[in-house]
Unconditional design. Structure first.
Length: 426
């Protein structure tokens, strides 16, 4: 698989020729609505086995081989080049594919009200690439009962694709995380018993095999109560043969202050649960100033801290499937509009502006002026940014990746999953 960044003057036909493929394959792989309107700076996934590389100044056969984790002998044999002759700048070399590692992939899907056909189709399209499918969410009630989300065909989709159906349970009231609801569930033992009984009965009835607690903005003083609850839940769910997982705020130290962080005990969760999803996104968020949603540096910092507190094989890295469109200049109290990667590219095309790439954040962005003369900045995800995250997953040897959320079109992501990983099925 190859990632190609469109340059000024390039056409889809010329790009296809350069990689020994055809226009039809490029259109299909990248779901291009108008093949004749490529955006400068747009990244395309080239669906070929292996990849091509053009020799740059300073390159040697050894340096290229090391860069792509292949042997010099492989490169000379496959490309039929002599080993004792310097490489010419611009020479095209074929790089064979390397072995893939096995990882787990989760994706949340958020049915709100009625489930649309488009959302079901998004889950159906993603399910072959998933280990877990996670409808969001079952809302805990103050009496220990559960408010169920509409599930429609999600259990059938999960079963047909060997996905573990993940039962996401939140402490949300009126779509807001409630520390008071958390306090009741974690400290009132009678209500907690009812709560666990209702979870078991519901999971049995609907076929869930992983119970996933996304308890956020808990009171700091409930940190140990949360740990005790998880131990009790683990003992109960293990009798059913189910997994237990949790969602964690993105911390870089154990005593990190703030309502989102203080009740999440990385070390304890690492000891108790089967795996965690760390929410490594929302540095750039809808109510804040424009920046990359999941810049690679802060993501790395969180994961490097996490593996000092728990086994790396218990960590799923959280990843956004969306970006934001901010109106400039940013004013506190305004809200940026969420966009999918495909919507972002269409926006750049409509306004005829190039896509730029921030190499520090490892994320694409662009600026445009709307029909009313207002300036905008858009940060989103593309093939380059997601490949940077996949490289980090492999480098740190973590369990895999978890996406928030399905229903946002990003075709290059799923192709690159198959190129980088064997997805574990359970």
């Amino acid at each position: 698989m190859q990632i190609h960044v469109v340059q000024q003057g390039q056409t889809l036909f010329g790009i296809a020729q350069a990689y020994n493929t055809n226009v039809t394959e490029l259109v299909r792989a990248n779901e291009l609505p108008n093949p004749n309107q490529l955006v400068v700076g747009q990244s395309l996934v080239i669906p070929i086995v292996g990849r091509f590389y053009w020799v740059q100044p300073g390159d040697t056969l050894f340096s290229i081989a090391r860069r792509f984790n292949v042997s010099s002998q492989q490169l000379t044999t496959i490309n039929q080049i002599p080993t004792n002759r310097p490489l010419s700048i611009g020479t095209r070399l074929y790089i064979p594919p390397t072995s893939k590692v096995t990882k787990e992939v989760n994706a949340y899907v958020e049915p709100r009200g009625t489930v649309t056909a488009a959302l079901e189709n998004s889950a159906r399209a993603a399910a072959p690439y998933l280990t877990y499918l996670a409808p969001f969410s079952f809302q805990a009630q103050r009496d220990g009962s559960l408010r169920e989300p509409p599930l429609n065909q999600f259990p059938t989709i999960a079963h047909g694709n060997r996905n573990v159906l993940m039962m996401v349970i939140t402490n949300q009231e009126n779509d807001q995380f409630s520390d008071e609801l958390g306090r009741i569930l974690l400290n009132d033992q009678d209500i907690q018993t009812t709560f666990l009984n209702n979870i078991v009965n519901t999971a049995r009835r609907l076929g869930f095999r992983d119970i996933h607690f996304d308890f956020e903005f808990l009171r700091p003083e409930d940190r140990q109560a949360y740990n005790r609850f998880l131990r009790r839940a683990k003992e109960r769910f293990s009798r059913e043969g189910w997994l237990l997982s949790t969602a964690l705020a993105p911390k870089t130290r154990a005593d990190q202050p703030g309502r989102w962080y203080e009740a999440h005990d990385y070390r304890a969760h690492g000891e108790i649960v089967d795996f965690v999803v760390i929410m490594t996104y929302e540095w750039g968020y809808s109510g804040g100033p424009p920046m990359a949603v999941s810049p690679i540096g802060p993501v790395r910092n969180v994961l490097e801290y996490a593996i000092t507190e728990m086994p790396s094989q218990k960590i799923l890295m959280g990843q956004n499937l969306y970006g934001y469109d901010w109106t400039l200049p940013f004013q506190q109290g305004t809200v940026a509009r969420a966009v999918s990667p495909q919507q972002a590219i269409a926006l750049a095309s409509r306004h005829n502006v190039p896509i730029q790439y921030d190499t520090k954040a490892q994320a694409p962005f662009f600026n445009y002026t709307d029909e009313n003369g207002r300036n905008h900045r858009v940060w989103f995800e593309d093939a380059r940014s997601i490949q940077a995250k996949f490289d980090l997953i492999k480098e740190l040897n973590i369990r895999g990746i978890s996406y928030w959320k399905l229903g946002l079109s990003f075709p290059q992501n799923w192709l690159l999953i198959t190129d980088n990983f064997n997805v574990r099925k359970r």
